[in-house]
Write a protein that binds this ligand. Structure first.
Ligand code: EPS
Length: 387
């Protein structure tokens, strides 16, 4: 099994992750991970902290020797480059406790209130620091190790933004690769130039008005053989695991496979992807309405999912709230944040999808080394060819 944990507060000294179960013999470098950290970090609509202060870099602290994984746990550390400005606020020492740093007005839509109630805290910073989407830097690092493993099996992960602030991109006729290439060049990861311009304007307007915007992005995974995941138990179903991983990303409120909700308006005969076979391709489909997953298993078509990101809860023009100490009605705390993180969220979506897929690949092909897994993979592909 490939599993991981992350630790770290948004403005703490560093984020840390431990990934376990990555097979031995996988070539990986810090630069490979840093490239993905940078893709996540910079997009139009993110806050000043990201644009000007930090450039995330990972340190691989264990599990790799001479450029290859050892099969032992991999520890990843991403330092907070802004730590010197937070040393007192996030200090470990009781001597640094200070009233002037206390935050007491929870933001509607954030973890603040439920968190202080649950953990019996009197300072919303004790909650918001861990609830922050800063943590996704660690998950992106983990997901990049998993992405590297998936590359060995010809599995690739793409993403692009399809909607922000109600402005919808039109992608008809674009291949996944073409849409991805355009997204990579877009400040808001939107492959439709016309929509991109409107989105950029909408983000500027929201910023001026002290507001935030949400949106929708698509993640596509190509190269999966049929049979990753399993229909046999609820917690083995690949779509369920992907949905959990996506909805666990901060501010994510929904996930659908392909156009899952729209599908309900069709009849079965207009929806399901008919099955064909030829000697070269084996079984195949001419459509992919299922989004690549049937019965909790990959069916050999690309996995296509859409993720919904709500507008962030940190507003410069705050909503009504209540002081948790005095119970007086007050406006919510103004906490520096992003206006629209959807483009960056898409990269996190790619990363968490990679963690789920890497685990599914490990489950299916087993093995302690990349060699062993690849031998098993090749045998399975033979089995599919001879079926
Ligand atoms: C975040 C608020 C902002 C973002 C941060 C997530 O931080 P700050 O309040 O320090 O400006 O910049 O995201 C990151 C630092 C990151 O790396 O993604 C929040 O409240 O979730």
């Amino acid at each position: 099994m490939i599993r991981y944990l992350t630790a770290g507060e948004s403005h703490g000294k560093c984020l840390t992750a431990i990934v376990e179960g990555v097979p031995a013999g996988l070539k990986i470098t810090e630069d490979f991970i840093n490239h993905q950290l940078s893709r996540r970090q910079y997009s139009f609509g993110r806050g000043e902290r990201l644009q000007y202060i930090e450039k995330d870099k990972v340190r691989i602290a264990s599990g790799v020797r001479w450029g290859e994984t050892l099969g032992s746990p991999i520890a990843l550390v991403v330092e907070n480059k802004d730590w010197e400005n937070w040393e007192k606020i996030m200090s470990l020492s009781e001597a640094d406790r200070s009233e002037k740093f206390r935050l007491v007005r929870p933001r509607p839509g954030h973890a603040d209130l439920a968190g202080v109630l649950k953990f019996d805290r009197r300072d919303t910073r004790d909650i918001l620091e861990r609830a922050s989407a800063r943590e996704t830097a660690a998950r992106t690092a983990v997901g990049t190790v998993c992405r590297r493993l998936l590359e060995e099996f010809g599995i690739k992960i793409y993403s692009y933004v399809t909607e922000i602030g109600g402005i919808v991109a039109h992608l008809k006729g674009l291949s996944v690769e073409a849409a991805f290439e355009l997204a990579e060049k877009s400040p808001v990861r939107c492959p439709d130039k016309h929509a991109e311009e409107k989105i950029v304007d909408a983000i500027k307007k929201a910023k001026d008005e002290g507001d935030t915007l949400g949106g929708i992005y698509t993640v596509i995974v190509t190269g999966c053989p049929p049979g990753l995941g399993s229909h046999t138990q609820w917690d083995l179903k690949l779509d369920a695991l992907l949905a959990q991983a996506i909805v666990s990303i901060q501010a994510h409120k929904g996930v659908e496979f392909n156009h899952g909700f729209e599908m309900t308006r069709k009849r079965g005969s207009d929806l399901h992807d008919e099955i064909f076979h030829d000697a070269a391709r084996g079984f195949y489909r001419k459509t992919n309405n299922a989004g690549g997953v049937e019965g909790g298993m990959t069916n050999g078509e690309p996995i296509v999912l859409q993720a919904a990101v709500k507008p962030l809860a940190s507003l410069r023009k705050p909503l009504k709230s209540v002081n948790i100490l005095t119970k007086e009605e007050m406006s919510a705390e103004i906490v520096r944040s992003d206006v629209c993180p959807v483009a960056s969220a898409a990269i996190v979506g790619e990363a968490v999808a990679a963690t789920v897929l890497a685990n599914a690949v490990k489950e299916k092909f087993g093995g302690d080394s990349v060699h062993e897994m690849k031998d098993n993979h090749a045998r399975y592909l033979d089995h599919l060819r001879n079926f």
